[in-house]
Each structure stands twice: as structure tokens, then as C-alpha cells.
Write a protein that binds this ligand. Structure first.
Ligand code: DCP
Ligand code: MG
Length: 242
């Protein structure tokens, strides 16, 4: 079970370098293979900051982030990258072909693997429609594709690396509701034994999550399933009604 993909945050408190007050306080949760954990909360609540601690973009001041029981600060960064794929809130594309962009994390991936990832990410048809397919050029920052296409390419890029853990930071927000639903259904099928952590704005994206963490001002104020939170969490009800 060395590559299981169990994620555990244990009493994590984190402040950005130089900041006076923490952006995350006493965060604890566990995400297991096969599970989808969703994180919801208003802008500035600390969702992106929370995700950033697993791939060690930052290290917490207190507490521990563990991957398969091992504190991540004891793991090699390359080891973490192999197991954990973060799809960032601002999808990053660089000047080069679509294939080149999709192979960012795994240079040896075959064209077939790229097409498989694109199919799941609902990006197959727009790439097929391009005259040069995988060889079509993307301009720096991905300015010649739409925001939703950018998101789908970045999701496909994560799929290509076949990680144990997926972190999606608001990765579905530029998609229309139907594409969002199709993409998540396809993801669920292909990543059924992976650990998935989704930050979302839209409630419809996360209603089926095994557990939803409601983040407010850097703290987990409530947790449960969609149905449970509708009953118990005023903060969640506010988000649902907004
Ligand atoms: N922050 C900071 N330095 C950074 C990034 C963020 O000081 N390099 C601060 C800004 C916010 C807080 O940390 O006050 C939380 O920021 P997040 O980006 O983690 O917040 P969210 O991801 O929840 O917000 P959004 O929904 O807008 O993406
Ligand atoms: Mg964010």
C-alpha cells in the first residue's frame, strides 16, 4: 500500500511568510483513495492555500500534512509530484504544441494516452477539430484558447500523469453546467481508486462528494455530506442560497 494516496492534514496552521496572522488554523481531515472530498467557502477563505501545502508550495508552521502516513516534508519533491497532481486555479499553458503542453508532467506519454486524457477531460472534440490536432500551437499563457478549453487542457495534463491524488482548484468554474457534469462523471469512472480533493464555487459540482469541508476564515467550520450540511450548517445554507 506504499502508493495508496491517503492524504491527511493533522492540526495544520499556516501563515504566509511575513504575515502576522494565519490563513489556515487547525485544519484536520483525511481523504482516502476512492473518496472525493470537496472544499467550499467564500473568496479568501483559504481554499487555495490549503491545497498548496500538499505539493509543498509552502510548509505549515504547525501540524502535519501526511501522504500515506509520511509527513510530506520527509518526501522528495519528485516523489510527491509523481503521486499528486494539482490543477491550479489559474490554469497554466505555455507556448508550444497542445501535445507538448499535455506532456508537461510526463514527457514519455504516448499520443494515445493524451487522447484518452482529453476524452475524459471533455477536450477531445475541440482538439480534433483543430487542423493540426495535438500539434496545434498554443500561445504563451494559452491566450488563443478559451478559458474553459484552458481548464480542460490542464485537467487532461493532470490525467496524463496518472497520479494517486488529484487536487482540483476551482477547475470546473469556466465550464457550463452540462460539461462540468459530464467531465466529473468521466473523471469518477477513470479515477475511481484515486483520492480526489475538489475546491468548488458551484454547489452542483460537489453535491455528490463523500465529504464537504466548509471553510470560513481559514477554519473548517462545518463538515458532512450535502444533505447533512443542508440540515446542520448555516454557513453552507448561505452558500447554497447565494
Ligand atoms: N494570501 C496571501 N499570500 C498569498 C496568497 C494568499 O497573503 N500568496 C492570502 C489572501 C487571503 C488568504 O491568504 O486573505 C487566503 O487566500 P486563498 O487564495 O487561499 O483563498 P481562496 O482560494 O479561498 O479564495 P478564492 O475563492 O478567491 O480563490
Ligand atoms: Mg483560490
Amino acid at each position: 500500500a506504499a502508493l495508496a494516496g491517503v492524504v491527511e492534514y493533522r492540526n495544520v496552521t499556516f501563515a504566509y511568510p511575513g504575515a502576522e496572522s494565519p490563513v489556515l488554523s487547525n485544519i484536520s481531515f483525511t481523504a482516502r483513495p476512492g473518496q472525493t472530498i470537496a472544499i467550499i467557502g467564500s473568496t479568501g477563505a483559504g481554499k487555495t492555500s490549503l491545497l498548496s501545502l500538499l505539493p509543498r508550495l509552502y510548509d505549515p508552521a504547525e501540524g502535519q500534512v501526511l501522504l500515506d502516513g509520511v509527513p510530506v516534508d520527509r518526501l522528495d519533491r519528485a516523489e510527491i509530484t509523481k503521486r499528486v497532481a494539482l490543477v491550479p486555479q489559474r490554469p497554466y499553458l505555455f507556448s508550444g504544441s497542445i501535445g507538448h503542453n499535455l506532456r508537461f508532467g510526463k514527457t514519455e506519454a504516448t499520443d494515445q494516452e493524451l487522447w484518452d486524457a482529453l476524452r475524459v477531460a471533455q477536450g477531445e472534440s475541440f482538439v480534433r477539430e483543430k487542423k493540426n490536432g495535438l500539434d496545434s500551437r498554443i500561445s504563451q499563457g494559452g491566450t488563443n484558447v478559451s478559458g474553459g478549453q484552458r481548464q480542460r487542457l490542464c485537467i487532461a495534463r493532470a490525467l496524463v500523469t496518472k497520479p494517486r491524488v488529484y487536487l482540483f482548484d476551482d477547475s470546473f468554474s469556466a465550464l457550463d453546467v452540462a460539461t462540468d457534469a459530464r467531465l466529473r462523471a468521466a473523471l469518477k469512472r477513470t479515477t475511481s481508486d484515486a483520492t480526489v480533493i475538489i475546491v468548488a464555487q458551484r454547489i452542483s459540482t460537489i453535491t455528490e462528494a463523500d465529504q464537504i469541508l466548509v471553510l470560513d476564515n481559514g477554519r473548517i467550520v462545518d463538515r458532512g455530506t450535502h444533505e447533512e450540511l443542508l440540515e446542520t450548517s448555516p454557513t453552507y445554507q448561505e452558500i447554497v442560497e447565494s
